[in-house]
Design a protein around this ligand. Structure first.
Ligand SMILES: CC(C)(COP(=O)(O)OP(=O)(O)OC[C@H]1O[C@@H](n2cnc3c(N)ncnc32)[C@H](O)[C@@H]1OP(=O)(O)O)[C@@H](O)C(=O)NCCC(=O)NCCS
Length: 202
């Protein structure tokens, strides 16, 4: 299923369900990442499992449902080619989930794509899932997501030192949250309008 289809900066962007054929793009991204890039996002190379296990972890999410499962994967296509993914995990049904955005193809970064897409991704989760809050905890040393989340309606909650977990090293993170009420305009019309403003720039 396609969840989002829009033109941003002349690029046809589609956000859709994953297929097995998308997984090599994701696995290659993780295995080709430089030490500097891994450090920036707070991931420790030694903690990344082998290729087969990494692929399997993503494969296990193919066919998942936001209202039923604990994690869901979405693929971001640019002009018909998969260039990134949106991962929603730690889903506590009725409550909250965490989100992770990766534009794996570096050629598409820092061009405003996610500034124009982030609202659609949040809306996707609230429309198709049952959570009330989306949480994002990027490394405090990773400027792009910290800038992105603030400009797209997420509220900074706290900065704290997070213990190593999964593929992530221990690091200082900033915790941001956005709620269903924020996005539906029930609680904070100003932030909703600010976030919506990025849609109109397409
Ligand atoms: C984070 C990411 C999804 C942002 O998407 P994007 O399309 O590149 O972001 P945009 O171009 O819309 O920029 C959003 C904001 O980030 C800033 N930004 C983007 N890339 C940046 C960079 N390399 N360094 C500093 N700031 C950057 C932009 O200036 C903008 O901030 P502003 O509104 O204050 O001007 C993308 O850069 C990416 O996938 N990076 C690698 C993986 C990653 O870090 N994921 C987040 C893990 S939590």
């Amino acid at each position: 299923m396609d969840y989002v289809a829009k033109k941003i900066d002349g690029v046809e962007i589609i956000v859709r369900d994953p297929k097995a054929s998308d997984l090599d793009m994701i696995v290659d991204y993780w295995y080709n990442m430089s030490d500097v890039a891994l450090r920036r996002i707070g991931v420790e190379r030694a903690r990344i499992p082998g290729r087969a296990a990494r692929r399997q972890a993503f494969f296990d999410m193919v066919g998942n449902d936001l209202c039923r499962d604990s994690a869901c994967l979405f693929i971001i296509d640019a002009d018909g080619v998969p260039v990134g993914y949106y991962l929603v995990n730690k889903i506590e049904h009725g409550d909250s989930c965490q989100q992770h955005i990766h534009l794996c193809d570096r050629g598409y970064r820092h061009r405003g794509l996610l500034s124009h897409l982030a609202f659609d991704l949040m809306a996707l989760v609230f429309a198709h899932g049952d959570v009330q809050t989306i949480i994002s905890e990027p490394s405090a040393r990773n400027p792009a997501p910290n800038a992105l989340l603030q400009r797209c309606g997420f509220l900074p909650r706290r900065r704290y030192y997070k213990a190593a977990q999964g593929i992530c090293a221990a690091m200082e993170v900033n915790r941001y949250e956005v709620t269903r009420a924020d996005i539906c305009g029930v609680r904070d019309e100003g932030r909703r309008v600010a976030a919506l403003g990025y849609q109109s720039g397409t």
